[in-house]
Design a protein around this ligand. Structure first.
Ligand code: NAD
Length: 355
């Protein structure tokens, strides 16, 4: 049976690391890459990645998705270009209309019903019409502040409230994330960015909160979030971001899902580049109040960069196998690492590539 054929749209920090990961896996190959960055267009993936291709074809990066994703030649396309549903929506439609499945790390796609119900409905319709499925995943949203809490609640008879805290490093992420978090800005420019909407902070709280509420049936009726700058006292340098002392090195995000004024889902998420430089230890914490109480602590944090890459790569078989339509992390089978041949995890009848 032919290897599972994967295209990647967006070859930045995440997309390129996904390629490196896939090159080391069995039964799967990268058949095409689309990126519009002038440093990448026209180059072979071997030049950009600088790692052995292990027999994978050395494809040329194109800025035209129509040359990369061809009907019948690709089982799934990873989209790693954007955070917001409205920005990636047309891309997803374009791929699905070629009869190809989509998995994306766009944060809002983890639960698009939360803020974009109309676009979610259209994505679902187009997916069904073309017999494919589409899933949003990632480390957060996608696992640490939603799915993990949902999974842990399975051993409880009664849940009163959910508290998720993630203290993490932004250093593994690319320029898109640095820009969305305002890394290297003055506090004044950051505040202005929040006011005019150009600083997004962490994207995904609304999605995580609604995913938890819908899964557990908590009935959250209101969501609110707040963000404050984390100002560094020392110069901090990450691969794609730099903040001088006195500038913004991250964002402290908080969010609450409430029902009739009572907080049922509480989110706390300070994220910054190089947190250890000022003594911040990373970690993930979930407290589920109820019967019996569950108190999870993971130190240091689950890696945000590799975690995102792995979540996306490991969900590939689930997306290909899924019933056509818009899927979420709460309606696919339990995701897990894949150490064997990818083809063993895919139903051959669901393959797009038939030969
Ligand atoms: P990045 O800036 O390093 O890479 C984005 C890439 O997409 C760039 O190479 C850019 O040239 C390319 N691109 C953008 N629009 C394009 C278009 N129309 N056509 C072709 N190429 C295009 O960003 P990254 O760190 O790789 O992250 C990618 C996205 O994933 C970001 O929006 C980020 O917020 C999101 N993300 C989500 C999670 C999660 O947990 N869900 C985790 C990490 C990143």
């Amino acid at each position: 049976m032919r290897n599972i054929c994967v295209a990647i749209w967006g070859f930045g920090a995440m997309g390129s690391t996904m390629a490196k990961t896939l090159l080391k896996k069995q039964g799967v190959e990268v058949i095409g890459v689309c990126d519009m960055h002038p440093d990448r267009v026209g180059k072979k993936i071997s030049q950009v990645l600088g790692v052995p291709l292990n027999g994978n074809p050395d494809v040329t990066i194109s800025d035209n998705i129509d040359q990369v994703v061809l009907p019948g030649k690709c089982d799934i396309c990873i989209i790693a270009t954007d955070s917001f549903v409205k920005h990636m929506y047309e891309k997803a439609i374009q791929v699905m209309e070629k009869g190809v499945n989509v998995v994306t790390i766009a944060e809002e796609m983890a639960y698009p019903l939360a803020q974009e119900p109309e676009l979610a409905k259209k994505l679902d319709e187009v997916a069904k019409k073309n017999g494919v499925s589409i899933l949003g995943t990632g480390i957060n949203p996608g696992l640490v502040m939603d799915l993990l809490a949902i999974l842990l609640s399975a051993c409880m008879t009664d849940v009163e409230s959910v508290r998720c805290e993630r203290v993490n490093s932004l250093s593994p992420f690319g320029p898109t994330v640095m820009q969305e978090q305002g890394i290297g800005m003055s506090v004044e420019a950051f505040q202005k960015g929040i006011a005019d909407g150009s600083i997004a902070g962490h994207v995904g709280f609304a999605e995580s909160v609604m995913m938890i509420s819908d899964a557990l049936g908590l009935g959250v009726d209101k969501f609110a979030q707040q963000m404050a700058p984390i100002v560094t006292n020392v110069d901090r340098k990450a691969p794609h971001g730099f903040a001088k002392a006195g500038e913004v090195a991250g964002v402290r995000m908080t969010g609450q899902g409430t029902k009739e004024g009572k907080v049922l889902v509480d989110m706390i998420h300070p994220q910054q580049i190089e947190p250890e430089m000022e003594g911040t230890q990373t970690g993930d914490y979930i407290l589920l109040k109820g019967t019996p109480e569950v108190n999870m602590s993971i130190k240091p944090e689950i890696s945000g960069g590799l975690g995102t890459v792995a979540m996306c790569v490991n969900c590939i078989p689930h997306v290909i196998n899924a019933e056509p339509g818009l899927r979420t992390m709460i309606d696919i089978p339990v995701p897990h690492a894949i150490m064997g041949d990818f083809r063993n995890y895919v139903n051959p009848a669901k393959r797009v590539v038939k030969e």
